[in-house]
Design a protein around this ligand. Structure first.
Ligand code: HEM
Length: 360
């Protein structure tokens, strides 16, 4: 790729904020047939999302798929995304950003639960026998973007071109241009403890006012506030942002109240720096007091291939592939064109994807 050419289209990483999200983390079963099924499935994702999304165009259905470090090697081999590695743990004792198993991440978003549910069902049915789900959370948008702890969440997210700039890999890793990294953690909150705090104490912990969601003045905002510890600057003093789409979830009947943290960036580095600041502290010991009321119970890092690369991965031979086969991308693009023609002719041809050749 020449430095001036536009990167391949990203998956729907910076899609609009939606009312619902399903998060599914799965491990790939340890046999050749399972790995072949997961690879072949990569070509189904966009088609299924399109087909189901068309039924409710206003529902903003999207799906982002990511792969963990070890999974990448066994599924696709070399080349591999330059910065993909297993989730790095931060902190000690009571306050640890734990790493938990996960090879495959599905981040399904829509403005209706039924759209998320249908797409999750179709995608997981095609993965039956090939993967084992290790975590599944159905998140909901809580009033005016409130996290379950009552504060507006997502305010400082980059938007538009800025979101693309901070999330999409460019010339830094040409084989993986158009891709992103995504870091996820499931948090459970001690709501009794949190609600026992005064609003003022909560505002100091977050670094913003609760009702109006205004950033606290530097004179009163503690340097251990969540906002202070997650604000990063580069050497020139410019802010380095990530794109978050956290979702509240819970089971009130079980006393469970949580936040599914999901952060996209073009490198894992800034998200990991934020985790270090939160869990270890800046300087060490000056940690994020939100963690006195929030426990991370999962943690995973995934690479999100560009849309054309995801389709091309379906025909990747992990033993032979040394370069991303442009020809494969073209083949799948042609197959998609054929699929669209069939779809518009009234035959959706999705069933035929089930019978797609296996490559191992
Ligand atoms: C317990 C889970 C979490 C909750 C409930 C939470 C909640 C919030 C809230 C309410 C805000 C202020 C409004 C906003 O700008 O979005 C915020 C800001 C932010 N959070 Fe979190 N967050 C959590 C975990 C994390 C983690 C794990 C990271 C990064 C690794 C992170 C990164 C950020 C960033 C970058 C900001 C914007 C800071 C700024 O520019 O002022 N958050 N979060």
């Amino acid at each position: 790729m020449t430095p001036s050419s536009a990167p391949p289209a990203p998956q729907a990483v910076s899609s609009p904020v939606t009312r619902n999200a399903f998060f599914i983390v799965a491990t790939v079963n340890d046999d050749a047939a399972s790995r072949a099924s997961v690879r072949a499935w990569c070509a189904d994702v966009a088609n299924l999302t399109r087909a189901i999304g068309k039924r409710v165009p206003s529902g903003n259905l999207t799906c982002v798929v990511g792969f963990g470090s070890q999974a990448w090697d066994v599924l696709f081999g070399a080349p591999r995304p330059a910065e993909l590695h297993p989730f790095r743990e931060f902190g000690t004792g009571e306050r640890v950003a734990v790493a938990t198993p996960g090879d495959l991440l599905l981040h399904i978003r829509a403005d209706q639960t039924d759209l998320c549910f249908e797409l999750a069902t179709q995608l997981m049915t095609r993965l039956e026998g090939a993967v084992t789900t290790v975590d599944e959370v159905h998140g909901f948008r809580n009033f005016d973007m409130r996290a379950i702890i009552g504060f507006v969440d997502g305010t400082e997210n980059p938007v538009g071109d800025e979101a693309v700039h901070f999330t999409v890999i460019g010339d830094a890793d040409p084989d993986f241009a158009g891709g992103s990294y995504v870091l996820v953690q499931k948090y459970l909150h001690d709501m009794k403890g949190w609600n026992a705090l005064s609003v003022e104490a909560q505002e100091h912990i977050i670094g913003r006012t609760k009702l109006q969601d205004i950033e606290l003045d530097d004179a009163v905002k503690p340097d251990w506030s969540h906002s202070s510890l997650t604000t990063l600057e580069d050497a020139d003093g410019d802010e380095i942002k990530i794109l978050r789409d956290n979702m509240p979830f819970g089971r009130p009947g079980h006393g469970e109240f949580g936040t599914w943290f999901i952060g996209y960036a073009r490198s894992p580095q800034p998200i990991e720096q934020m985790l270090e600041n939160m869990f270890v502290g800046l300087p060490p010991g000056n940690y994020d007091r939100l963690l006195d009321f929030s426990r991370a119970v999962t943690g995973g890092l995934f690479f999100v291939p560009s849309e054309p690369l995801l389709e091309a991965l379906a025909v990747r031979d992990p033993h032979a592939a040394q370069t991303v086969a442009v020809a494969s991308a073209l083949d799948t693009a042609n197959a998609r064109a054929k699929h669209d023609t069939l779809a518009s002719a009234g035959s959706l041809a999705i069933g035929s994807l089930k019978g797609a050749p296996r490559y191992e």
